[in-house]
Design a protein around this ligand. Structure first.
Ligand code: IPM
Ligand code: MG
Length: 385
């Protein structure tokens, strides 16, 4: 296999001094092909300026894979991804494949299979308010000004991957976690917080769920305990990260605090399902879910970059989807997987500059503002590069 298969610690940037990168582009369903194409146009422009090249491979995942192959992703796709430097994904799913029949394949199984197959245990969702979009959010501008949060969502465990079954009129899903799964996620969150403002909110439901008490004990192992933490019985050993402050927060309270006073958060570390829900909520702090990128990273090998929004079947194929979340995901890819930090900053700055100059897709346009298509928005970002 290639040099990319060298184990890469999370947070470490990619290989330096290499100017030809291989990227797996997985367009998926709905607006997926439109947003991936938009991100590829921005990447082509920034690659030219920063003198590197990108070669793409393509793969089938989601509903398209179900239509063409009867499977939620093509065989061997994760292995093919591992031979690339990074994976850029659009979105999967749509009403065409919605079913309540447990025997039928679902597009989402492709995405979950990819996350599991590539061992992408940490999903990073940066939530930053854009000054230009302060009036776009449904939340008051003075509440969201200056918000800068990273949600670190556990991505390969919990209820998404526990045993689940439907038997007659009964169904269950299992939220299962091991110490090791909690430890590696929380360790990652603490290392990230140490590079930022030094605060981790570990979010759980420890007042009800046993898996949350296991999680809380792991948080206490990873960082310094504050009084009243409650470590699930066992006394925690000495904290590994005394330089980072740890606060525990129950997930229902966190959902409320994100809207009440979002600036109190720096890094939010939480399990899979809580992170899924909280990050959609947090997206509204930026003005639109169409703005939020994400990176899914693992213990080594290849990482995956995708917008946090879905396939938006209601607007698919109309050329009006906001490409910013995918363009910003591509910027995260440049930074974390390709080691092209300067190019990443340039893309982020270009998105911000385009917004500041009034470029708006429908989802972020205030009443009366001119609305751009996906292509026009992409052109404005490229022009700002
Ligand atoms: C996300 C999405 C996925 C998830 C779906 C499409 C399976 O909502 O990435 O947040 O629940 O993880
Ligand atoms: Mg989600």
């Amino acid at each position: 296999m290639s040099a990319v298969d060298l184990p890469k610690a999370p947070l470490e940037t990619g290989r330096r001094g290499v100017s030809a990168y291989r990227v797996m582009a997985l367009a998926g369903d709905g607006v997926g092909p439109e947003i991936v194409a938009a991100a590829q146009r921005v990447l082509a422009a920034v690659a030219e300026r920063y003198e590197f090249t990108l070669a793409y491979q393509e793969g089938l995942i989601g509903g398209r894979a179900i239509d063409e192959l009867g499977l939620p992703m093509e065989d061997g796709l994760a292995e093919r991804c591992r031979t690339c430097d990074a994976v850029l994904l659009g979105a999967v799913g749509g009403p065409k494949w919605d079913t309540t029949d447990p025997a039928k394949p679902r597009p989402e199984q492709g995405l979950l299979g990819m996350r599991k197959g590539l061992e992408l245990f940490a999903n990073l969702r940066p939530v930053k308010s854009f000054a230009a979009l302060a009036a776009t959010s449904t939340i008051k501008p003075e509440v969201i000004a200056g918000v800068d949060i990273v949600v670190v969502r556990e991505l390969t465990g919990g209820v998404y991957f526990g045993k689940s079954e439907r038997v007659g009129d009964t169904a269950y899903d299992t939220m299962l976690y091991t110490d090791a799964e909690c430890d590696r996620l929380l360790d990652y969150a603490f290392r990230l917080a140490a590079q930022r403002r030094g605060l981790v909110h570990s979010v759980d439901k420890a007042n009800v769920l046993e898996s949350s008490r296991l999680w809380r004990a792991a948080a206490l192992r990873a960082g310094p305990a504050r009084s009243g933490g409650g470590g699930g019985g066992a006394r925690p050993p000495a904290p590994r990260r005394p330089d980072v402050e740890l606060r525990h927060m129950l997930v229902d309270n966190c959902a409320m605090q994100l809207i009440r006073e979002p600036r109190q958060f720096d890094v939010i570390a939480t399990e899979n399902l809580f992170g899924d829900i909280l990050s959609d909520e947090a997206a509204m702090l930026t003005g639109s879910i169409g703005m939020l990128p994400s990176a899914s990273v693992g213990a080594g090998g290849v990482s995956l970059y995708e917008p946090i929004h879905g396939s938006a079947p209601d607007i698919a194929g109309r050329g009006i989807v906001n490409p910013c979340a995918t363009i910003l995901s591509a910027a995260m890819m440049l930074d974390l997987s390709l080691g092209e930090a300067a190019a990443a900053r340039a893309v982020e700055a270009a998105v911000e500059a385009a917004l500041a100059a009034g470029a708006r897709t429908a989802d972020i346009a205030a009443a009366g503002e001119p609305v751009l298509t996906t292509d026009e928005m992409t052109d404005r970002v490229i022009a700002a590069l």
